[in-house]
Ligand binder design. Structure first.
Ligand code: PRX
Length: 654
């Protein structure tokens, strides 16, 4: 099947911005001929500037690139206010709660809520331009309102995924020196309330001296603890705020938000995004990759705690003046038909989700899509991890009725928006393949010295020219920014952005992403650094050393597997199993409280030692091969103790 090519259904794509491959190629050529000029053309056309920019791309302090310097804009104005003249009564956000409750915010209502919230942040909490606001929220419309309110007054938001633990939240609050934390009492999942505010309380118990106030939004109405003078009710304060708020003029390069992501070390990185470059690309990719039209209803199932939620639930759709659906619940509750029921009910035109969800829905409800009318769908999207051909086929046939284009969008927290993706109206699609770089994106699969990797072989996925929505720096750590992204690959003697992913180009020029080349695992489309998990496991008093690797997993794509050397092993064989199980439970408990449930180990093996070179370096490739059941092809003679490999194999396979 991987040789099959699927052409866009012309009936579905009548007046698309890139209607066919000829126009795709023309646009690519336009960028090739005049890279900066073409970007400037789009920036002028798409952004409602308060003050025009005077420089397109400033490379003088590479890799700290600047785009559209001198220009002033406001992202909340771009996403909300500017639409009021033409779409004030159009639905901006359609919300569906876990239990099926619905709420619609028109652009006028959204503007009203954003302004009141922005005034609350300024007047009640003293938030000023440049201050950091941590948002620890469920999937409710107020989350988008709060993000936009920050953008309106020039505060920098840092959304922390609601599944992260108190410790993980604390680390992010401290790193960003946040002034305000915005949270909710909790929300609903699978018909039951769950809590968020107690996690914030715990996070703030120590070390978060920068936090002055906590703003609490009511969602599930459960009892929560209030600290007088620190905790304030959003629902109460909002009543007294003016609904008029001037948009703060922001310089193009001032930070819009931080979003923490995992890297190869134990400490998460605060990826910093800009105002103009970010919103420009969010809007352009919404139009090119999702073919968004004025009457469309678009649904992305991500959580606002991840970049997909930022760019493709909030900023991209709203900058495009689209209707975006927000869903609080999970796709399998009350049954595996939930998503398809929603597609039918809201007549969704674009549905964007992760391969892990597709695999789960396929497994739990293969025939569910046939029970609903899914004929409104035009574009189906996937993101976050490679999609396997069987899942792709089911998505294409059962969900898309063999009519829709599937856009396998490859990008990262750091890239801000899509980089390599089919254009649904133009690209002949090969299943489970990200296909071609979007116009304006210069993507190359190369060796570390910049030579092109031969066709069909794995190389480094690099972006060899700066693009507007790229990461600007790592908050508080510019050196780490340089080292993490510009330290590995060079082209023509110049450092270029390396994504951390491997990729392969085929004879037709199609790019397939082959996965991370660093010590980052992709669990259900979420990046988790093995070093972070290892640091957590090492906190167990009986752990001497540990190495964590990814393990193939039917639903999650990759699961987490830990090889652990204990300080003390049980004396008698009889105690062994019970003790081991107890230790495993304790270790997972530590991970849960350190990072969150997303980082729990799917498997552990207690081993007498790890395969190390004589210089002490752990050979993770060997450990990865063992858990995948692959034959060990590496030379093991350089190991300190080559016999450890078969010992570990026996333990894992027993
Ligand atoms: O390994 C790639 C994988 O997800 C990583 C980025 O993760 P994150 O920053 O959390 O952002 C996820 C949502 C954009 C990448 O380095 N990845 C993302 N999209 C794809 C993918 N792998 C294969 N195919 C994709 N379409």
């Amino acid at each position: 099947m991987s040789q099959d090519i699927f052409y866009p259904n012309r009936e579905l794509f009548k007046d698309s911005p890139i209607p066919n491959m000829e126009s795709y190629k023309r646009l690519v050529e336009e960028f090739e001929k005049d890279y900066e000029g073409t970007w400037a053309k789009f920036a002028k056309e798409k952004i409602d500037w308060f003050k025009p920019f005077d420089t397109i791309l400033d490379e003088s302090n590479a890799p700290f690139y600047k785009w559209f310097s001198g220009g002033e804009l406001n992202v909340a104005h771009q996403c909300v206010d500017r639409h009021l003249a033409t779409k004030k009564n159009k639905a901006a956000i359609i919300f569906e709660g876990d239990n099926g409750d619905q709420r619609i915010l028109t652009y006028r209502e959204l503007a009203y809520e954003v302004n009141k919230t922005a005034n609350m942040f300024k007047n009640e909490f003293g938030v000023k331009k440049g201050d950091r606001v941590v948002i620890y929220m469920p999937m409710i419309p107020e989350s988008a309102v709060v993000m936009l309110a920050c953008a309106k007054i020039g505060a920098i938001h840092s959304v922390v995924f609601g599944g992260f633990s108190a410790d993980a939240l604390r680390d992010r609050i401290i790193d960003a020196t946040a002034k305000l934390v915005v949270t909710a009492d909790g929300a609903f999942r699978k018909g039951k309330p769950y809590m968020l505010k107690p996690v914030v309380d715990k996070a703030l118990e120590s070390g978060c001296d920068s936090v002055e106030k906590v703003c609490v939004i009511e969602r599930n109405g459960e009892d929560i603890n209030w600290i007088a003078g620190r905790d304030y009710s959003y629902n109460e304060l909002i009543k007294y705020q003016s609904s008029k708020c001037k948009a703060e003029p922001m310089e193009a390069e001032e930070p819009l938000f931080l979003l923490y992501t995992s890297g190869s070390t134990g400490k998460p990185k605060g990826v910093q995004h800009s105002q103009a470059g970010y919103i420009l690309w969010a809007q352009m990719t919404m139009e090119w990759v999702f073919d968004i039209k004025d009457n469309d209803t678009y649904w992305c199932t991500a959580d606002i705690g991840w970049i997909t939620g930022h760019t493709y639930i909030v900023y991209g759709p709203l900058a495009s003046g689209a209707t975006t659906v927000m869903f609080e619940g999970v796709p399998t509750f009350p049954d595996a038909g939930r998503c398809w029921k929603m597609v039918e009910e809201y007549q969704i035109n674009q549905f964007y989700t992760a391969p892990t969800a597709i695999r789960l829905l396929h497994k739990m409800g293969e025939d569910e899509p046939s029970k609903y009318d899914l004929s409104s769908l035009r574009v189906l999207g996937t993101v976050g991890e490679p999609i396997d051909p069987p899942a792709w086929k089911w998505y294409y046939e059962a969900v898309g009725g063999s009519r829709c284009s599937i856009v396998d969008t490859y990008w990262q927290t750091e890239t801000g928006g899509h980089m390599i993706s089919p254009i649904p109206s133009a690209t002949p699609i090969k299943p489970a393949c990200a296909t071609f770089p979007l116009p304006g994106i210069i993507a190359e699969v190369i060796e570390q010295d910049g030579t092109p990797t031969p066709i069909g072989e794995k190389g480094f996925m690099c972006f060899t020219k700066p693009w507007p929505s790229m990461i600007r720096t790592i908050w508080n750590d510019p050196e780490r920014f340089k080292k993490s992204y510009f330290g590995d690959c060079k082209k023509d003697g110049k450092s270029v952005y390396f994504s951390g992913d491997g990729a392969m180009v085929d004879e037709d020029g199609y790019i397939t992403i082959t996965g991370r080349t660093d010590d980052v695992i992709n669990v259900s489309g979420h990046r988790i650094g093995t070093a972070e998990i290892e640091a957590s496991i090492k906190k167990h008093p009986n752990v001497a050393s540990v190495a964590v690797v990814g393990k193939p997993h039917d639903i999650k794509g990759e699961g987490i597997f830990a090889y652990i050397v204990l300080k003390q092993v049980p004396i008698s064989k009889a105690d062994e199993v019970a003790d081991d199980l107890e230790t495993m439970k304790e270790i997972n408990q530590i991970i849960k409280s350190d990072i969150g449930a997303i980082a729990l180990c799917d498997g552990m093996a207690f081993v007498p030692d790890l395969p190390k070179t004589r210089s002490g370096k752990i050979m993770r490739r060997i450990l990865r091969s063992i858990i995948k059941g692959e034959k060990i092809t590496q030379d093991i003679s350089t190991l300190e103790d080559p016999t450890i490999v078969s010992t570990i194999e026996n333990i894992v396979n027993q």
